[in-house]
Design a protein around this ligand. Structure first.
Ligand code: AMP
Length: 225
């Protein structure tokens, strides 16, 4: 399982960030890229891209494909540095990218020449009722992407990150109106994406209401050949 290259698919609030954190405890050299975290860091750094992104994000809309593809492509270059077939492959995972079929084909075009194609795509299938209940109470530490939840996973000191002590923020797009739009768009966009990866024979779907139920299934999916 140590050399996987994984895409986590799942609706907003399905627990992709939490699964990433749990996987990092089991696979310490795992590297991860969450496209939403990259965008929030651009916004916090007040870059041009951040300014554009914040308008889309606040409305629950997707960032145009060309912008997000080039942002993630830069980071993928860093992930796969020094990992040729003759050296030990570092495991990595993507969360939140690709979200459209166009992004998926672009990613394929970036990874294929590096001989670094995805080895697994795991879809987290969480009932919408479970998502809606928890998304409005989540908080994020922007620089790291660490997620907290004021009701079931609170930080040690309310409002501050456990590791750095820096302030947590509530995402501007974690309000009921935007969440409903994001969920609706997700279910539409994910269909062709799932078909794309199903055709490649690498899609596995796991089901459950909480990350505690989902995580063992993710581990099992990673063990399967
Ligand atoms: P996330 O943290 O994954 O929920 O992403 C937050 C927001 O960032 C999304 O609602 C989109 O507006 C934007 N975003 C993140 N990833 C992508 C992507 N792959 N394509 C387009 N927009 C994205």
């Amino acid at each position: 399982m140590n050399s996987f290259r994984l895409l986590l698919l799942g609706a907003p609030g399905s627990g992709k960030g939490t699964i990433t954190k749990k996987l990092k405890n089991v696979v310490p050299n795992l590297q991860s890229i969450a496209s939403g975290d990259l965008l929030r860091q651009e916004i916090q750094a007040k870059t041009n891209l951040g300014q554009i992104a914040s308008e889309y994000i606040a409305q629950g809309k997707l960032i145009p494909d060309d912008l997000i593809i080039s942002l993630v492509a830069n980071h993928i270059g860093v992930l796969s540095q020094g990992t040729t077939s003759t050296t030990i492959m570092k495991p990595w995972l993507l969360d939140g990218f690709p979200r459209t079929l166009h992004q998926a084909t672009a990613l394929n075009g970036i990874l294929t020449p590096r001989d670094q194609n995805l080895t697994k795509v795991i879809e987290l299938d969480v009932p919408e009722s479970a998502i809606l209940g928890r998304i409005e109470t989540r908080y994020v530490h922007v620089p790291s992407g660490r997620i907290y939840n004021s009701s079931y996973n609170p930080p040690k000191v309310s409002g501050f990150d456990d590791v750095t002590g820096e302030p947590l923020v509530k995402r501007s797009d974690d309000n009921e109106e935007t969440i409903i739009k994001r969920l609706k768009d997700y279910y539409t966009m994910v269909k062709p994406l799932k078909q794309f990866y199903k055709d490649k024979g690498i899609l596995i779907t796991v089901h459950g209401e909480t990350s505690d139920i989902i995580f063992p299934q993710v581990l099992q999916a990673l063990e399967e050949r």
